[in-house]
Design a protein. Sequence first.
Length: 202
Amino acid sequence: MYAYTEEEGVFAVKIARKVVEFYLEHEDVPYIEFPEKFERKSGVFTTISTYPTHELRGCIGYPEPVLPLKDALIQSALSAAFSDPRFPPLRKSEVEHVVFEVSLLTPPEEIKVQSREELLNEVKIGVHGLIAERGFYRGLLLPQVPVEWHWDVKEFLEQTCWKAGLPRDCWKDERTKFYRFSAEIFEEEKPRGAIRRKELEP
């Protein structure tokens, strides 16, 4: 059962692009009328990729529902375009050559297991995103990432540890906490093109 309709997902992606393009022109955020559901607090990530090569160009968001979705969406779009430390800020000349993807998240839940090996059975590729956490170290990977890279669950756990700045085998250490979440993902098929719900096939 989907939490968001096709129309709401299309709207989210259009807003992500609109906010970035408006900011490039005016260094400000446009006034936007949001549907009521976007008043609810929700986690969200905006991903920007080059087209047609689909290389990552920026990806930032809010894992937890700490802000109303309308605010989290605007901030994640701006941050993905202009504040991802892995990339230079998006330039005006690039907006015709990138596609936007928005992931609408469920709240993360801690995965509680008796033995670390049980983690391998508690994570489903194509369903779950992961957060690894130990002390001040924290890293997140969206559910589409292991599908795109053809990882199994063990690789997914290892890569999430690595994203957190921890050793790849830290998932075997009970001091490392893991949280899982799911996402409804909507993406542009091409720049300013049709927007579709992205179904993940493990």
